[in-house]
Design a binder for this molecule. Structure first.
Ligand SMILES: [Zn+2]
Length: 570
């Protein structure tokens, strides 16, 4: 999603939620060795400007923690099969949930918003007991489910799903011509707002079928490949979609409206576009940008991740959302972001921000995903950096430098980017802009563009279709570069402040003393200083060092367009 779409912001909270190790086959590193709690010096310092911590509720922990009844199973597939009634504003149907047990147990945890009714949960012909606790549904089995065995349960439910603000949940709306327009966007509130699932980020199904029955004449666009539609003979038509890749539960979407469809191809990748009939001409013009966007991201990271499912843009009445292979688009068929120059430096009006940003999430967010919401910078920091790469590929390096530095005005530095784990906390908005500026800084620390392009390409390829944590990112970069970058990542991601380069001039001697002021005692970062037409690289650490310079204090520059740092001179 986009930076201005933040409603509530859960603050950092001083609570420790126990992590339980998962032992999923083909798992990423974090799964076999769960991250230890950060030592005290890594935890964010309390600052006077940080918002008051929101109290952590039992519901937050049930939703956010990877608890014992989640860790004991591994999702394989969902088949969500529902009927949507625009008149009564209800949904009803079932989700068939296939999973493999990882431990012997008689209980698993699923989730469904308390607003919705559970009609029944069955395993074959056996009706199962369950206990509801806020949004959690603990399903109990009469006999032990055995490790290594696969099971399918059918979870029947119905009711009127919640709409939360303009961006959240499930909305029964109308289009400007008064026709039904029904859509979902649930990254904040969680997918269990409108359908039963294992509502967390760590475990994804490998494949999913989505079947949606709606009144004849309407169109449903969901994720994946369109399989076909079936007239049910009772005034309803069922639309069937097949997702052939792992998918985040919040990416699963319904878009029901009086859509018209047009299509295109990029090589053998199908491109499909769904818009209201009145917007067809505008869309045909504006959506031509999709090809250049995909080409740019393929250049840096490799093939579009969901090729068998195709790429779609679907018109919605909100700004946009990265629904996997069916990206929601609401930017009014104009460049910039909702009519604005997004970073205020004249670059954003050259392209449609929502097409570029939300589609970037196909690589970071949807393919490479965070395993806990706390580490959502892996989605948003990286995707904001992808915007910069798109600008560099399409309009050149100078525009990219302007564009990324335009983000500085949006950085708040009030809380660390990485939020508390295990409570479904939403990190602060800095994960977008500071995240991108940090990656731009890292490029200049590597100081070799050919290496940087190979590094980020290989990083994506290594972790595609996986759910990872920041430790995996840091470990990969350390290993590939043979540099100890941990203090650098930690300073930008786990602390509030950015590093300050302290400079003390002795103009009589023609020297300057320099060091980093940073929260990380081992913080070290090379940086270009001196004459901007002939930079000199210094290997600054947190200890004072001295360099010779013919430059006076007011002539001595620091390459702050290449590194996101503060500078203090005395
Ligand atoms: Zn986003």
């Amino acid at each position: 999603m986009t930076g201005s779409n933040f409603g509530k912001r859960l603050a950092q909270v001083a609570i420790f939620v126990v992590f339980v190790a998962a032992t999923v086959s083909g798992s990423a590193a974090w799964q076999t060795s769960p991250p230890a709690p950060a030592p005290a010096w890594q935890r964010p310092p309390a600052t006077a400007t940080a918002p008051a911590p929101a109290p952590v509720t039992r519901a937050d922990i049930l939703r956010g923690a990877y608890g014992p009844y989640r860790v004991n199973n591994d999702l394989l597939s969902y088949h969500l099969d529902i009927r949507v009634d625009p008149e009564k504003q209800t949904i009803s149907g079932k989700n068939s949930i296939r999973f493999k047990m990882l431990q012997d147990s008689t209980r698993i945890q699923l989730d469904l918003h308390p607003q919705l009714n559970i009609d029944k949960i069955v395993l074959g012909t056996t009706t199962l007991q369950y206990v509801r606790d806020s949004g959690a549904v603990f399903v109990d089995f009469p006999e032990t489910l055995h490790a290594g065995q696969e099971y399918t349960i059918d979870f029947y439910y119905s009711g009127h799903p919640l709409t939360t603000a303009r961006f959240g949940g499930f909305t029964f709306g109308k289009d400007p011509a008064g026709r039904p327009w029904i859509y979902t966007a649930c990254e904040d509130i969680g997918a269990s707002d409108w359908w039963p699932n294992k509502d967390q980020w760590r475990d994804e199904v490998e494949t999913m079928q989505i079947s949606v029955a709606i009144p004849n004449g309407l169109v449903d666009v969901s994720n994946g490949k369109f399989l076909g539609k079936t007239d049910l003979g009772d005034g309803y038509t069922r639309w069937d979609w097949l997702v052939q890749y792992p998918i985040n539960n919040y990416d699963v979407a319904l878009n029901i409206g009086s859509y018209v469809h047009f299509s295109d191809q990029l090589g053998d990748l199908p491109l499909d576009f769904y818009v209201l009939p009145e917007d067809l001409d505008k869309a045909k013009k504006q959506f031509a940008q999709a090809k250049g966007m995909i080409e740019a991201y393929q250049h840096y990271f490799g093939e579009y991740p969901f090729k068998k499912d195709g790429y779609k843009l679907v018109e919605v009445p909100y700004a946009g959302m990265e629904h996997q292979s069916a990206v929601a688009y609401g930017n009014h068929f104009a460049n910039g972001y909702l009519g604005r120059d997004w970073t205020g430096v004249g670059v954003s009006p050259k392209f449609d921000f929502i097409i570029i940003h939300e589609s970037g999430h196909e690589w970071f967010g949807n393919s490479v995903s965070a395993a806990d919401r706390s580490d959502m910078w892996i989605h948003e920091g990286w995707t904001t950096y992808l915007e910069v790469l798109y600008v560099e590929y399409t309009f050149g390096h100078e525009d990219a430098a302007k564009y990324v530095n335009g983000y500085k005005s949006k950085v708040q530095n009030r809380e660390p980017i990485i939020a508390e784990r295990g409570i479904a906390a939403t990190p602060p908005q800095d994960m977008y802009f500071k995240g991108a500026l940090f990656l731009n800084t890292l490029r200049n620390v590597i100081n070799d563009d050919a290496r940087w392009w190979a590094l980020i390409h290989d990083f994506y390829q290594h972790f595609k279709y996986q759910n990872i944590m920041t430790e995996d990112v840091v470990g990969y970069f350390n290993q590939q570069t043979q540099l100890y970058l941990t203090p650098l990542f930690d300073q930008y991601l786990r602390h509030t402040a950015i590093p300050t380069l302290e400079l003390k001039f002795n103009e009589t001697d023609g020297t300057v003393d320099y060091r980093w002021q940073a929260d990380e005692p081992d913080f070290a970062m090379p940086i270009r200083v001196g004459n901007k037409n002939d930079w000199q690289m210094i290997q600054a650490t947190t200890y004072w060092q001295t360099m010779k310079t013919p430059l006076k204090k007011n002539e001595f520059d620091v390459a702050t367009d290449l590194y996101f740092v503060n500078v203090s001179k005395e």
